[in-house]
Design a protein around this ligand. Structure first.
Ligand code: CP
Length: 312
């Protein structure tokens, strides 16, 4: 099979085709053996990845780092740019050009929308967007989609509830767009307070290619959903702290709310859970995937992406 991802950037899910996704699913399946048995490989030997995280991260940073290390590659890991010359005022452009000389691939998280794409224009090395402000989080969306498709391999029609901060939540921006490319008929329940609605250009794209229902009531959307994808209200994107305080605990998913839900429903969250949007009583519930399956798939998909992007 031709590797259409070799040498490519992943700054938005818009660039991914259905054929790319098939390639990623196949490669992720291969990687699962390594993830499940905590084994290693040497397919990234001699490749160096610069991880430039201008904004905090636990999972994205650590899972990309783990992925590189399990595959025998090297890394320049910066979880925050403290102790780099960014602190002395070095520009984003110069920082990217410098790391482009040292590394084969740049994985960039930035608080501003569009910075990974800006980096991609400055370097010939592939750039992976690890989250750009309230923009996108493509690698998260790839493994979230993988998780959903693996759970429902035969279901041609899926009802997916996206709930919480749909305005600033970059994971749901990427996930909703990517689900349109996976060959299933999707019904989206977009659940948010009015002030945290999905950006109109994304909603319009969803409406053109799927069924969309909008509500601010989570209970209304739960029954009949195959997937309930909760998100954190993104405190760091608010200018007004009082507004955040009013909205942060708008939803709380718990066992009681799930009375009447589909037997096979899955609960997902990109994490962190920061304001009780999923009750701790759900953490060990078999329907919850956010502390197990979703994380494991994150690792195997990121290993697959690195292998595909860095090896012909
Ligand atoms: N899901 C996610 O992006 O988590 P981190 O912010 O911890 O990387």
């Amino acid at each position: 099979m031709i590797n259409s991802l070799f040498g490519k950037d992943l700054t938005t899910v818009d660039s991914l085709t259905s054929a790319d996704l098939e390639l990623i699913w196949t490669k992720s399946g291969e990687m699962q053996e390594i993830v499940n048995r905590k084994k290693s490989d040497n397919r990234l030997q001699g490749k160096i990845t610069a991880m430039l995280f201008f904004e905090p991260s636990t999972r994205t940073f650590s899972s990309f780092l783990t992925a590189v290390q399990r595959l025998g590659g090297g890394s320049l890991p910066f979880n925050g740019m403290k102790n780099t010359s960014v602190e002395k005022g070095e520009s984003f452009e110069h920082t990217i050009r410098v790391f482009s000389v040292y590394a084969d691939c740049l994985i960039i998280r930035h608080p501003e929308i569009g910075y990974p794409a800006r980096a991609a224009a400055l370097t010939d090395n592939p750039v992976i967007n690890a989250g750009d402000g309230a923009g996108e989080h493509p690698s998260q969306a790839v493994f979230d989609t993988y998780t959903i498709l693996k759970r429902f391999p035969e279901k041609k029609e899926l009802t997916v509830t996206l709930a919480g901060d749909l305005k600033y939540g970059r994971t749901v921006h990427s996930l909703s767009k990517l689900l349109l490319k996976c060959g299933r008929k999707i019904t989206f329940n977009l659940v948010s307070p009015l002030m945290l609605s999905m950006p109109s250009q994304i909603t319009e794209a969803l409406e053109r290619n799927s069924s969309v229902r909008r509500t601010d009531q989570l209970k209304e959307a739960v029954n009949g959903s195959d997937v309930i994808y909760m998100t954190r209200v993104q405190k760091e994107r608010f200018n007004d702290p009082d507004e955040y305080e009013k909205l942060k605990s708008f939803y709380r998913l718990n066992k009681s709310l799930l009375t009447g839900a589909n037997k096979e429903v899955i609960i997902m969250h990109p994490l962190p859970i920061a304001a009780g949007e999923i009750s701790p009583e759900m953490d060990n519930d078999p329907r919850s995937l956010y502390l197990n399956e979703q994380l494991k798939n994150g690792l195997s998909v990121r290993m697959a992406l690195l292998d595909l992007i860095l090896n012909p």
